[in-house]
Design a protein around this ligand. Structure first.
Ligand code: ZN
Length: 273
């Protein structure tokens, strides 16, 4: 089966590393900032989301010697009242400058944070990433339509929908809007996902929490690779290569290749490494 090659930042096709050389890639997890570095080193390549700007700042301040296979993103979770109350767009802008990924941000109709406050924060985040394109991991629980409304109103380069539960019509619209999807096992079993989302828009996530051992992440990602492989008619190794290929396309589309450290670049097409 032909495998799609990533596009380099120069726009040309470039050879990708072989699947056997690739680490696991988790596009959405939450890691306890106090976790020992040895545990973080064993978790593969991870996009670590934060729930508040304060959490992101704490990680940034304690980053000396922190393993570079974990990329911590500044976020402001729609369910976290204090994070929403403390949100400040200039603080976010300062954190985003050197960071190629933003999250977890978004909307949640089950949150006790008033909708108007969630919208104010989410719109401010979309404004920042419209100026500085980034991979943005977006929470849309019970708010799929509202999130799509905002993305239509304020388009950004590459929205990545996390834990997507939209209807078939919403999923079609999200695909049309250029969204990618980071999925874990509860999502990938849904027929909407299987039938409407092109494989080229797929990333894998664990949504691992603080109490989960970081070194379990590669096993959870591998399980997802098997599940997705069964659905796509591809081997688990091909799914891993696909996820990395999709990731590097997002990097190219956001112009952030220079912001990713060595453990990520090892899985990049040759032109980027
Ligand atoms: Zn999350």
């Amino acid at each position: 089966m032909p495998r799609e090659l990533p596009v380099s930042r120069h726009g040309s096709l470039a050879a990708a590393p072989q699947p056997a050389e690739l680490a696991t890639l988790d596009a959405h997890a939450h890691l306890d900032p106090r976790a020992p570095f040895a545990q973080l080193e064993a978790c593969g390549a991870v996009l670590a989301m934060t729930l508040s700007l304060a959490e992101a700042e704490a990680v940034a301040q304690a980053s000396a010697g922190r393993p570079a296979n974990v990329m911590t993103a500044p976020g402001c979770h729609p369910r976290k009242a204090k994070a929403q109350a403390d949100f400040d767009v200039e603080r976010l802008r300062g954190l985003v400058g050197a960071c190629p990924v933003v999250g977890e941000v978004g909307l949640d109709s089950g949150s006790r944070v008033p909708t108007a406050d969630q919208l104010r924060t989410f719109r401010a985040v979309l404004g920042v990433v419209a100026e500085m394109p980034r991979l943005v991991s977006i929470h849309s629980f019970r708010s799929s339509g509202a999130v799509l409304d905002e993305l239509r109103r304020s388009p950004i380069r590459v929205p990545v929908l996390h834990w997507w539960t939209g209807t078939a019509a919403e999923t079609r619209e999200a695909v049309d809007l250029g969204c990618c999807f980071s999925v874990h096992s509860a999502v990938v079993r849904r027929s909407t996902w299987r039938t409407l989302v092109p494989p080229e828009r797929m990333l894998i996530e664990t949504d691992a929490g603080w109490s989960d051992p970081p070194n379990a992440i590669p096993h959870k990602v591998a399980w997802m690779e098997h599940l997705l492989g069964a659905q796509l008619g591809r081997s688990a190794a091909e799914v891993r290569a696909l996820a990395w290929s999709n990731f590097w396309r997002i990097v190219a589309e956001t112009g952030t290749a220079d912001l990713w450290p060595a453990p990520f670049r090892m899985s990049a097409p040759a032109a980027v490494r």
